[in-house]
Ligand binder design. Sequence first.
Ligand code: FES
Length: 180
Amino acid sequence: AGTTRRDFLYIATGAMGAVGAAALVWPFVSQLQPDASVLALSTTEVDLTSIAEGQMVTVKWRGKPVFVWNRTEKDIAEAKEVQLSALLDPIARNANLAADAPATDENRAGEGHEKWLVVIGICTHLGCVPIGHSGEYDGWFCPCHGSEYDTAGRVRRGPAPTNLDIPPYQFVSDTKISIG
Ligand code: FES
């Protein structure tokens, strides 16, 4: 109530302008979030049975790309070999974990479901969408300014300052996750 059609059009036009200016950059996602009552409904279920070993799929969650990767033994082993002291961002930035939880591969994959990596597909530098299965670290390469992420979604080459974010998600069964 109280919002006229004219107000709405004005706001919508402003938002479009921001999107246009952002071009390839994911458009200011955090500032365009709908209110809490809408968010409560915004979960994305992903059936894992259709994702073959080694395959990475992109699903949409609240308008953002989320990568779901069924990692091979080799991918997992590679991530585990890394010395944590060698990481640019040693903190596992997962809202589901303590803020200072170490960035072990287990923490980033979810206990008992180690082969599944679920990360938000937005480069932590300026918001481009990184390309999977590429780059020197076998995870993602960001085409915008060359950041690279490893097989646990951890940043290994800047300018991205932090690891790929992990969305809140849970296993609703062994073959299905719910994001959000
Ligand atoms: Fe990815 Fe700049 S947005 S490296």
